[in-house]
Write a protein that binds this ligand. Structure first.
Ligand code: GLA
Length: 392
């Protein structure tokens, strides 16, 4: 057993006594490109990262759910019969929200037998996914718990269904109107591959990144500035997109392409047009990035990353001065490309850098932040890793 699993297992025993029935883990994610496109039925191209949440779990013979996390004190208990999405709060809303959504999916599933296998469970969470950095630490929790419950309750749900369970928990219980990207990346990630998501058809494709062969890698620059999707501009951006689609007579912005931009400019107010333009051009950039990767390799995708950042800064208006500084510094220091990543309003940027330049780029960004008087950023490499899995 590796050290992380050992810790997870020991943490379980310390909290609940005895050994868990199994250990499951799920990674956080970094989105390479395709931001705010998921809830518009568009394209996104994330990777699962080499930072994971582990859940050690054991079925109970009663109806009690008990959850504990090494990041928070105490054990939260609730009966499966009293799981009410409207009353779940705090960190435990994520695992318990998933339990609620999973039991709901089981009840609505093909066989009523599934519901009869649902019993109480003890769950102990440990994680090394940084929280609040825009790396989907919440999706990592959701996906690890969903996978564990799917196994313990023998539900046989597939990964797309599990992704929807995680998204439902996030939307309904946590109250964030987010799309399907984070959970899809966490469940479908593959080592050294990106996941091309078509959020309309929900078809996915893994695409070889070839970063190691090209001598390049990804740096995450966590600006350590806070962001909260629930009460920030995330929901208002989503409303603008839906409003733009309605006014342009389409079900979602996915139905539009660059050719529709003049009509959109004529029909929409300036702000809604800029929101719509970001989505239309971002969808195209995702496809261009994947095509460039396949034909010319990792060194060729920089311009798309850089343009994506400008579009988020100027059209979608979800960047911040810290994110802009991280991106501009990375670019000046020789990064192949850089952009903010995730929902925006704080969180992290990513830079694609030649391995030989990684130290220079990281050091230069840190100095630029110090000169600007900003909180020192947390800068670290990430690699594309395997999605959620049963460990033991
Ligand atoms: C957050 C949401 C995702 C997605 C991104 C922006 O991470 O959870 O669904 O909308 O923001 O691309």
């Amino acid at each position: 057993m590796n050290e992380v699993l050992q810790l997870g297992s020991e943490y379980f025993s310390g909290q609940f006594g005895g050994a868990p029935d199994g250990l499951w883990s799920a990674p956080g994610r970094v989105n390479l490109i395709g931001e705010h496109t998921d809830y518009n039925g568009g394209f996104a191209f994330p990777i699962a990262i080499d930072k994971r949440t582990t859940v050690a779990a054991r079925a109970r013979d009663d109806r009690l759910l008990r959850v504990t996390s090494s990041s928070f004190p105490g054990v939260v208990e609730v009966s499966l019969d009293h799981l009410d999405p409207d009353t779940l709060t705090g960190w435990a809303a994520y695992p318990l929200g998933v339990a609620w959504a999973t039991s709901r999916a089981a009840a609505g599933g093909a066989s009523g037998r599934a519901a009869s296998r649902i019993s109480g469970v003890d769950l102990a969470l440990t994680s090394d996914v940084p929280a609040g950095a825009g790396l989907s630490s919440s999706a990592a929790v959701e996906c690890a718990v969903a996978l564990a419950l799917n196994d313990l309750w023998e539900l046989g749900l597939d990964r797309q269904e599990l992704a929807r369970i995680g998204q439902l928990a996030e939307n309904r219980v946590v109250g964030a109107p987010t799309g399907i990207m984070d959970q899809s990346a966490s469940l479908l990630g593959a080592t050294d591959h990106g996941i091309l998501l078509d959020c309309q058809s929900l078809l996915t494709e893994t695409v070889a990144l070839g970063f190691a062969g090209a001598g390049v890698g990804l740096l995450v620059i966590d600006t350590r500035t806070s962001h909260s999707h629930a009460d920030s501009g995330y929901a208002s951006r989503r409303r603008s997109c839906e409003d733009g689609a309605r006014r342009l007579g389409v079900g979602s912005l996915r139905a539009l392409g660059p050719v529709d931009l003049p009509r959109a400019a004529a029909q929409l107010d300036g702000q809604t047009f800029r929101r719509v333009r970001h989505i239309i051009t971002e969808n195209q950039r995702v496809l261009d990035t994947v095509a460039a990767l396949r034909t010319s390799g990792a060194g060729a995708i920089g311009p798309f990353l850089n343009e994506s950042h400008l579009s988020m800064r100027d059209d979608f208006e979800i960047s911040t001065p810290e994110l802009d500084l991280a991106v501009a510094s990375a670019q000046e220091l020789g990064a192949i490309g850089a952009r903010m990543t995730g929902g925006g309003f704080g969180g992290a940027a990513l830079a694609l850098v030649r391995n030989d330049d990684a130290g220079t780029v990281a050091g230069g960004i840190a100095r630029a932040f110090a000169r600007a008087g900003y909180t020192a950023p947390h800068i670290f490499p990430v690699t594309a890793s395997e999605g959620a899995r049963r460990e033991l």
